[in-house]
Design a protein around this ligand. Structure first.
Ligand code: AMP
Length: 443
């Protein structure tokens, strides 16, 4: 435990996201909500705490997540709880718990929030990280697989992300996978002693996991193992062919990657990942796939589903690079800093600030009396686009001085015309706070 005088720091692998970064996080989330809404997805918010069994059963007992990475603890009443390492299982649990299948048709749900995995922290890998994810429940139609990928492509394009690659695979289903596993086990028999310790264990317990081993020395051996795509049953084959055909029709490029089995057990048929060239070692931007058996694994009715999860931390890193220096992606500047001089100016200054803010403009005002020079220094430091100056002279003339902080030009404007003046002269639309209060809402 930290000594009393010692500075208490954030927990290893967790981060504070400061205002200099959060504007980009908000933008990335706003764009996600807009694109998801366009595809008729609705937000779901599930608890961060879940019963441990939910993840053990769905993500898989033999996965890295469940064996090594979960934050699991015994609650005061000895119930085993876990901070969610991912949200698909939670969304499917909620879907079952609230019988959303009774609402008819398919459910399209999305979430945004923190996940927890006790991984070794490095750039792009944290113990508390954020995901933006979506799930479509209630249909196994391959068009949905292609449409979900189309949505992701649109989203990444809106975020100006280029240099990404879509990797695609099918991991079969409980009908065809056993035969593939038999062939894979057989192949592993001959080579497993040359693989890393983890893979030797996985060869016995969960041979599919060998395929996504990241150990460099294992890669040439893994490359020669049989491909799951050669062992798909007729239904999975047809599904995969339909998905690839639909991606072709949509002009979406992909690379078929038979080793892509992803780190969670619940996947069936389509799996995919998008990597980004901007990310270095941790280059997986997002992952997803179909999980037609998941609902049953956690005690629900048979419900096909497909979803994806975007690593928001990594996405923000990549977007930050892609939009660096672009004014339309910069943090919203303060529209106006209101400078008042003399006690008599304070009340009208406060009233003006209130009115401009009611109109949705981002406004700052000095709280302490200050000389003009100092006030202008503050206006400049906070990046205000305009300074509005109210002193004795302005009160006399009934017109306030409005100074454009970038050009230095100054003009006298009547208070009633100020909103209009500022609006027409604000070139950056983001000076207007996103949640502008509509005129009908004004009190
Ligand atoms: P998964 O839930 O493992 O399929 O991961 C989906 C995405 O979440 C990955 O492609 C990463 O972008 C992101 N992700 C997973 N684990 C972490 C982590 N520890 N730190 C940051 N991002 C992560």
């Amino acid at each position: 435990m930290a000594r009393e005088s010692q500075l208490i720091r954030s927990v290893k692998g967790t981060r504070d996201l400061l205002p200099s970064e959060t504007h980009l996080w908000q933008r990335v989330e706003d764009e996600a909500r807009a694109v998801l809404a366009a595809y008729n997805f609705h937000e779901i918010r599930t608890p961060i705490l879940e019963q441990t069994a939910l993840f053990a059963r769905s993500v898989g007992e033999e996965t890295d997540i469940v064996t090594k990475e979960m934050y699991t603890f015994s609650d005061r009443d000895h119930e085993s709880l876990t901070l969610r390492p991912e949200a698909t299982a939670s969304v499917v649990r909620a879907y079952i718990e609230h019988s959303l299948y009774n609402e008819g048709g398919i459910q399209k749900l999305y979430y945004v929030g923190p996940m927890f995995r006790r991984e070794r922290p490095q750039k792009g890998r944290y113990r508390q990280f954020y995901q933006i994810g979506a799930e479509v429940l209630g249909s196994d139609h391959p068009t949905i697989d292609a449409e979900v990928i189309e949505l992701l492509m649109l989203y990444l394009a809106r975020l100006q992300l280029e240099n990404t690659a879509l990797l695609l695979n099918s991991v079969g289903c409980p009908l065809c996978r056993p035969e593939y596993l038999r062939v894979l086990r057989q192949a592993l028999e001959g080579v497993k002693t040359n693989l890393c310790g983890d893979c030797q264990r996985r060869s016995e317990t969960n041979p599919l996991r060998v395929l996504d081993c990241k150990v460099e020395a294992d890669q040439p051996i893994i490359a020669r193992l049989p491909s799951i795509l050669d062992h798909l049953g007729p239904e999975c084959r047809q599904h995969f062919d339909r998905v690839t055909a639909e991606l072709d029709e949509r002009g979406i490029q992909y690379t078929i990657t038979p080793r892509l089995v992803r780190g969670l057990d619940y996947y069936t048929k389509t799996t995919f990942e998008i990597t980004s060239g901007a990310l270095g070692a941790q280059n997986a931007l997002l992952g997803g796939g179909r999980y037609d058996g998941l609902a049953q694994m956690i005690g629900g009715p048979p419900t096909p589903g497909i979803g994806f999860s975007i690593g928001e931390d990594r996405l923000v890193l990549a977007v930050g690079e892609a939009v660096a220096g672009r004014a339309d992606w910069a943090a919203a500047p303060v529209a106006a800093y209101i400078v008042w001089m003399g006690d008599r100016a304070l009340a009208p200054a406060r009233e003006l600030a209130r009115e401009l803010r009611r109109q949705g403009l981002s406004v700052e005002i000095g709280y302490e009396p200050a000389k003009l020079k100092k006030s202008m220094g503050i206006a400049s430091r906070i990046g205000a686009r305009f300074a509005v100056i109210i002193g004795e002279g302005e009160l006399e003339s009934g017109r306030y001085q409005v100074k454009d902080m970038s050009s230095g030009e100054q003009q006298a404007v009547e208070p009633v015309g100020l909103v209009e003046y500022l609006r027409t002269h604000l070139t950056a639309p983001n000076c207007v706070a996103a949640a502008a209060i509509k005129s009908s809402d004004q009190g």
